[in-house]
Design a protein. Structure first.
Length: 398
């Protein structure tokens, strides 16, 4: 194996995992034999894509507007034509996550407590208040939340085009669309997994890019910190990223600034979440998702605490060990978010005595964290490169 191949191998394996894991339960549910073939060849396809990313970017650059329009239009068509079929049970039992969010949002708009009712499958609302608030414009304008995935994918594309080459970001989106059935599935069923993951990713990138700007004042860092606080108030999984952000911000901006920014993030999270909790503590259902791992206490003592703690310690250790760059932070965050899902899948398989991929659906939250971190050319890979990119962006604006 050549030196180039050796350097590509960890990235290829990591990217293949984050592309394949969120789709594993779809493979199990719909495409067992073809799906296993897909999972087997995925690392090789990813390796080929990484080797040829620059060539593909040149081709895409010539047809950028057309390909971007086709991609976004296909997403809209999925919502308009396929989502009603999936929502009506056309794909079996389906997902009730979108129904839960629409139910909670509708109750909030009526001035009622958003967490007192259950979905048609009998499940309580699992989204935190930030997700409910975020869904208000979409429920108001479109009567549902399915379109928010398309909107936030478009926002992600726009943001990445500001950070990297236009063609590179489009190649990434096309690659994810083709290699991860999870993306198409999530758009079709209309739940908020993609939206939540993208929102937190964008907020973290905004804050960290501002933190790396040498002349950025504390006042200029407050709004990005507020956005992170709001973003992590969408799902109970995302507060696990707070210790990673503490370490990263302390390393980049110094002890007191790092602690102050993290305090702002935590304060905003509490401001968004606490009123809904104290409205009716007994009826605040999102905490039930935080207890999903408790069912494995017979296999691992206090699994609901020990597994998230392991995820946080792993991510925090890597943040302290590795260079303080945005790609490293994003890959550390992806791993932190993925560990509880992977552990849940392993323990669920042991408990059932057969392979069970249901918990891997939660790795969707880490999908774009990993892809943006590992896809070549999307983010500067060193602090010097980042500073050069920031100076270039500033000069372009001025």
């Amino acid at each position: 194996m050549s030196d180039l191949s050796r350097s590509e191998l960890p990235t290829s394996i990591g990217l293949a995992f984050y592309l394949g894991a969120p789709s594993a339960f779809i493979v199990e549910k719909f495409f067992m034999i073809p799906g296993l073939v897909y999972l087997a060849v995925l690392p090789f396809v990813v390796c080929w894509l990484l080797r040829n990313a620059a060539v593909l970017a040149k081709y895409v650059e010539k047809n950028e507007s057309l390909l971007l329009s086709i991609t976004l239009m296909a997403s809209v068509l999925l919502v308009v034509f396929v989502h009603p079929i999936a929502d009506g049970g056309g794909w079996g039992r389906g997902s009730d996550s979108d129904d839960a969010l629409e139910l909670a949002t509708s109750r909030l708009l009526e001035g009622q407590h958003p967490y007192l009712e259950t979905t048609y499958l009998g499940n309580p609302v699992s989204q935190l208040p930030g997700s409910v608030i975020l869904a208000v414009p979409f429920v108001t304008l479109f009567g549902g939340v399915a379109m928010q995935n398309v909107f936030w994918l478009a926002v992600l594309m726009f943001a990445l085009r500001r950070c990297s080459s236009r063609a590179g970001s489009l190649v990434m989106l096309l690659g994810v669309s083709l290699l991860s059935p999870c993306l198409v599935y999530r758009i079709a069923v209309g739940d908020d997994y993609l939206t939540n993951g993208i929102l937190v990713l964008l907020a973290v990138i905004w804050l960290t890019k501002c933190a790396h700007q040498e002349r950025a004042t504390m006042k200029e860092l407050l709004l990005p910190a507020v956005s992170v606080g709001f973003a992590i108030s969408t799902r109970t999984l995302f507060p696990l990223l707070l210790p990673l952000l503490v370490i990263y911000l302390v390393r980049v901006r110094g002890y007191w600034t790092g602690l102050l920014l993290t305090t702002v993030i935590g304060f905003v999270f509490v401001v968004v979440t606490a009123p809904f909790y104290f409205w009716d503590p007994a009826g605040f259902s999102p905490f039930h998702t935080a207890r999903k791992l408790n069912r494995f206490d017979s296999l691992i003592p206090h699994a609901g605490v020990s597994i998230p703690a392991l995820a946080v310690l792993t991510g925090a250790f890597l943040c302290w060990l590795r260079e303080a760059t945005i790609p490293n932070l994003l890959s550390n965050s992806a791993l932190t978010l993925a560990i509880p899902a992977v552990a849940g899948a392993v323990l669920d398989s042991v408990k059932r005595g057969t392979l069970a991929f249901d918990y891997l659906a939660f790795t969707t939250f880490s999908l774009f964290f990993a892809v943006v971190a590992l896809w070549p050319g999307l983010m500067p890979v060193s602090r010097d490169a980042l500073q050069a990119k920031l100076r270039e962006s500033t000069q372009a604006v001025s």
